[in-house]
Ligand binder design. Structure first.
Ligand code: NDP
Length: 243
């Protein structure tokens, strides 16, 4: 399959990193099936990329609903006959200290960041196996490698995402490639979900050096562009100013 015509699914493509990944892949000539709950954002992205060499196909998707994720993959297969890659990017980050006991927010992070990833694997893996080819890319985080105060649960979900993705890599046939991309601080809407005032204030300083989401899109593009016998296992991309 020529590299410039892959069928690539991106979850959480309505803003931030997912939107940048989807837009870059469309610029590179791929057909991108873009999923998220805010379909108005996906439609706007399709409009902005309409003149690019590839194409963007919006699909309403809630990654916490297993049926939704299965339908997302099925839609791509029905339309294009195969799926070459899935970028599991959807995620939320409502940070808080554990003693704030924002248990509903812990549950939501586990649902989106962990269950959503598992449902994405469950939907894509049988297709990849049947095709004897595929590439699974997880957007984890530097929070998958180090823990900071207010981020215990978020980091827990990202450590899980990194572990699950590494397990997928180890268990997969060589025809199925698996990549973890772990960003540092990137400009996006991610911190908007923080309801805890202390965590929100700390994040404003922490995020001052945020880099453009296209830096992460470049890393995803690099991994996807490798020849079939080369698997980029893991990429960490931080702002140069981030320690
Ligand atoms: P944004 O908040 O800008 O984007 C998050 C995306 O996830 C949105 O498109 C949102 O779409 C989607 N999403 C959230 N919940 C669901 C759901 N239930 N079903 C489907 N889609 C969902 O943040 P980022 O772009 O920064 O985050 C993207 C990923 O990058 C996340 O996994 C995040 O953890 C990770 N990351 C981000 C970093 C950063 O500094 N920005 C650093 C390290 C990792 P919608 O609401 O329309 O459904």
């Amino acid at each position: 399959m020529p590299n410039d015509k892959k069928i690539i699914l991106v979850t959480g493509a309505s803003s931030g990193i997912g939107a940048a990944v989807a837009a870059r892949l469309v610029r590179e000539g791929h057909r991108v099936v873009a999923g998220a709950r805010r379909t108005d954002r996906l439609d706007a992205l399709a409009g902005r990329t309409a003149k690019e060499p590839g194409s963007l196909h919006p699909v309403r998707l809630d990654v916490t609903d297993r049926g939704d994720v299965e339908a997302f993959v099925r839609t791509a297969c029905d339309r294009f006959g195969r799926v070459d890659a899935m970028v599991a990017n959807a995620g939320i980050m409502p940070l808080s200290r554990l003693d704030a006991l924002l248990v509903d927010e812990w549950d939501r992070m586990i649902d989106v960041n962990v269950r959503g990833l598992l449902y994405s694997i469950a939907a894509a893996l049988p297709r990849f196996t049947a095709q004897d080819s595929g590439h699974f890319v997880t957007i984890a985080s530097i929070g998958a490698r180090e823990v900071t105060p207010t981020a215990a649960v978020y980091c827990g979900t990202k450590y899980a995402a990194r572990a699950i993705t590494e397990g997928l890599r180890q268990e997969s046939a060589p025809s199925i490639r698996v990549t973890t991309v772990s960003p540092g601080v990137v400009a996006s809407e991610l911190a908007d979900s923080i309801t805890d005032p202390g965590a929100a204030a700390a994040m404003r300083d922490y995020r001052a050096n945020a880099i453009d989401p296209d830096a992460i899109a470049g890393a995803v593009s690099y991994a996807l562009a490798q020849p079939a016998d080369v698997d980029v296992n893991e990429i960490v991309v931080r702002p140069a100013a981030q320690r």
